[in-house]
Design a protein around this ligand. Structure first.
Ligand SMILES: [Zn+2]
Length: 111
């Protein structure tokens, strides 16, 4: 199922696909495409050994959302890592901490 989201004014689609449906997922668990404005997250594979795949899949989705937000806000090719354009550690940190930061802000009413 294709979902549509708005990231800083740009329309993106979000899809969950299997490796058979999208062979780019052989190299990653998810990706965002800045040219076609899409985020793709991999479905569980037969050889997946994770106990809580859905939890991991949500983290992958957040990771790609952070990439898209960074890209749309101008943090793309001008980042320190020329190859990827964005620093993966920072993206991952934000993707992992985002739900916790959101919870604290909601508790304090400062969203
Ligand atoms: Zn990444």
């Amino acid at each position: 199922m294709k979902r549509k989201i708005d990231i800083l004014g740009s329309k993106y689609t979000v899809e969950f696909k299997s490796v058979k449906e999208d062979d780019f997922l052989e190299r990653c668990d998810g990706y965002f495409d800045k040219t076609s404005k899409k985020i793709v997250v991999g479905k569980k594979t037969d050889d997946c050994e994770l106990d809580c795949f859905e939890q991991y899949q949500k983290k992958v989705l957040r990771h790609e959302i952070v990439h898209a937000f960074m890209y749309e806000s101008g943090l793309a090719d001008n980042w320190e890592h020329k190859r990827m354009g964005q620093e993966e550690t920072v993206v991952d940190w934000f993707a992992i901490q985002l739900p916790k930061i959101t919870k604290v802000c909601q508790e304090l009413g400062c969203m």
